[in-house]
Ligand binder design. Structure first.
Ligand code: 2RA
Length: 337
């Protein structure tokens, strides 16, 4: 059986990747409708070798499709996702809008596929924040084996997480600075080339940023456990691939070798953990453009009897966003639609 699909937000990096990944994974697509807000509609979007017209989401009749993948921000999701769901399709939304809504399942297929059974409560499924998806994949096998009490995580997030303009800005700033030209930061409050910015999104209660609060709240929700998460989110001058240094404390003792074995077998993960000069994964060389999340630098925390340290890195546009949404669509089409 084939499915008619709308993809909302195709002018963005994630929306374009959704189309690309649907095609690449041979999703059983019937008709496909690339959409965007009025200002971004009217052009074309690539789907395999085809160039398709981009329609205006405000004028689209969602009763024509069975699935709608949204990556157009919270305001667009708030306005159009419930309408689309009422018209009869299932929406998979990549924005922040529904991620903590108890009536909307928040899903990473390798972590909590069972929660998709509740897709029909509102007809909407939420895709987690990119960093959360990558982190949850690595925590899941450890949680299943020994429980997780606490996680301390520091992220190293690529500029593509902020969208196309930030990718262009990093390129432009790098070239300008190397040519001794003046720069004028626009995507961020400060220079991003040759710098790191310890603030992602607005600062909220207690001094945490919104990205840090997402890491804390969405990870706890996804793992469905009283896992306590403390986060620091940092933007780094990398184009593609988010990374994280993770310190965790399990509930039960978990030997390092067993943790390594579990991480090596877990779906969606690739272990690259050799104690040699280049035995670790990086966003550029290993993760970017790949489906797997790479884990390495596994070691005992010398300050805690049940503490482990690890490093992870994954493609924020693929598994962090578009690929996860397409995998949700695959499960929905296989088991529920
Ligand atoms: C970021 N978490 O990297 C976001 C992705 N939109 O900024």
């Amino acid at each position: 059986r084939k499915f008619d699909i709308a993809v909302v937000g195709v002018s963005g990096l994630v929306g374009a990747a959704m189309l690309e990944i649907l095609h690449e994974r041979d999703f059983p697509v019937g008709r496909i409708f690339p959409l965007d807000v009025a200002e971004a509609a009217g052009g074309t979007a690539s789907f395999g070798r085809r160039e398709l017209p981009v329609g205006d989401v405000a004028r689209f009749d969602f009763s024509q499709v069975q699935l709608a993948l949204f990556s157009a921000g919270a305001a667009v999701a708030a306005e159009y996702a419930p309408k689309a769901a009422v018209e009869g399709c299932v929406v998979i939304d990549n924005s922040t809008q529904f991620r903590l809504d108890p009536e909307v399942p928040l899903v990473v297929p390798e972590v909590n596929p069972q929660d998709l059974a509740r897709h029909d409560v509102r007809g909407i499924v939420a895709n987690p924040t990119c960093t959360v998806t990558l982190l949850a994949l690595a925590l899941k096998p450890l949680r299943d084996a020994a429980g997780i009490e606490r996680v301390n995580v520091s992220t190293y997030q690529a500029v593509s997480g902020s969208g196309r303009e930030a990718v262009e800005e990093l390129g432009r700033q790098t070239a300008d600075l190397l040519s001794f030209r003046e720069i004028k930061p626009q995507a961020y409050s400060r220079q991003i080339a040759f710098n790191v910015l310890p603030q992602i999104d607005a600062v909220e209660e207690g001094g945490h940023t919104r990205e840090e609060l997402r890491l804390m709240r969405e990870t706890a929700r996804l793992l469905g456990d009283p896992v306590r998460v403390n986060a620091t989110a940092v933007r780094v001058p990398v184009f593609y691939g988010h990374s994280a240094a993770v310190h965790l404390e399990t509930r039960e003792p978990l030997a390092l070798d067993r943790a390594r074995e579990l991480l090596g077998q877990a779906p969606g993960l690739e272990l690259l953990d050799e104690r040699s000069a280049d035995g670790f994964p990086t966003p550029v060389t290993e993760a970017s453009g790949q489906d797997a999340v790479f884990v390495g630098r596994l070691r005992q925390d010398p300050t805690h009897p049940r503490g482990l340290n690890l490093w992870l890195t994954g493609d924020n546009i693929r598994k962090g966003a578009a690929l996860n949404a397409v995998q949700i669509a695959e499960l929905l089409s296989r088991d529920y639609l």
